[in-house]
Ligand binder design. Structure first.
Ligand SMILES: Nc1ncnc2c1ncn2[C@@H]1O[C@H](COP(=O)(O)OP(=O)(O)OP(=O)(O)O)[C@@H](O)[C@H]1O
Ligand SMILES: [Mg+2]
Length: 257
């Protein structure tokens, strides 16, 4: 079983420390949610796990399948089975959704077997059609340039389509619910649920308990000031929804300098 183990992680951006000793373990088959106020470092954690070059790891360790994840390049992390659905997906004019996905799938296959000839086109088309139906995406999206002119909600669906196609072992979803209308929220969540299971561990970053009615986490963590300060079950998210973050701030926040 694969597990992602984060130990005492410290991360700085442009000399400012954002993550200040974060600990978290996510196993395949588990669903974790992280909630926390704006600017607390949730996306920083997601980007750091994926290997974004602007985020400097100044301390701690991250292990995945007995490999030191921090030593791997972003594409190696992806091929190892880590996936990030971005809070703000970027568009790639000139690259269609279908081409992008086929290239990514083939790269993963070649990582497993260097002799692999790539996914046969009919098999790829069938898979893409199935996953797009699951996410109730119009088939015209396959031929459009990735995220180019997509609405906010369409971009979020395209992120989950990538997850569906790549079948990661650990998926990090950074505010995948933001910008989704009520129906899309349900469809995307059902898509995530259909894909999750014993083979996939999920880390959902969200501001709203609402999402967690659909994607049910076993573990809920509260992040504040660059650390996970409270962990519990789904009741923790309900408690936050009712009481806000004041009690967490009082308990953990460093006094303003
Ligand atoms: N490239 C950057 N340059 C300077 N500061 C940055 C950069 N990226 C992030 N930060 C700062 O790091 C802090 C943490 O940002 P991060 O995006 O991780 O927060 P977040 O918890 O995801 O917030 P939100 O809930 O609003 O998405 C913020 O204060 C942010 O301004
Ligand atoms: Mg964020």
């Amino acid at each position: 079983m694969s597990e992602l183990v984060i130990k005492d992680l410290h991360v700085s951006i442009e000399g400012k420390e954002i993550l200040k000793g974060l600990n978290l373990t996510i196993r395949q088959g588990e669903v974790h949610a992280i909630m926390g106020p704006n600017g607390t470092g949730k996306s920083t954690l997601a980007y750091t796990l994926m290997g974004h070059p602007s985020y400097a790891v100044t301390g701690g360790e991250v292990w995945f399948k007995d490999q030191n994840l921090l030593e791997l390049a972003p594409d190696e992390r992806s091929r190892a089975g880590i996936f990030l659905a971005f809070q703000y997906p970027v568009s790639i004019p000139g690259v269609t959704v279908a081409n992008f996905l086929r290239t990514a799938i083939n790269a993963r296959r070649r990582a497993i077997n260097p002799e692999d000839k790539g996914v046969p086109i009919p098999e790829f088309r069938k898979m893409l059609k199935e996953k797009m139906e699951l996410l109730k995406m119009d088939s015209v999206f396959a031929g459009r340039y990735l995220n180019d002119g997509f609405s906010g909600g369409e971009k979020k669906r395209a992120e989950i389509l990538q997850m569906a196609a790549l079948k990661p072992e650990i998926a990090i979803l950074d505010e995948t619910d933001s910008g989704l209308d009520i129906d899309a929220l349900r469809i995307v969540s059902e898509g995530v649920n259909a894909l999750s299971g014993p083979e996939m561990g999920v880390l959902v970053i969200t501001h709203y308990q609402r999402l967690l009615n659909y994607i049910k986490p076993q573990f809920v963590h509260i992040m504040m000031g660059g650390r996970i300060v409270e962990s519990g079950g789904p009741e923790l998210a309900l408690h936050l929804e009712e009481s806000g973050y004041d009690w967490v701030r009082e308990k953990y926040e460093e006094p303003a300098a």
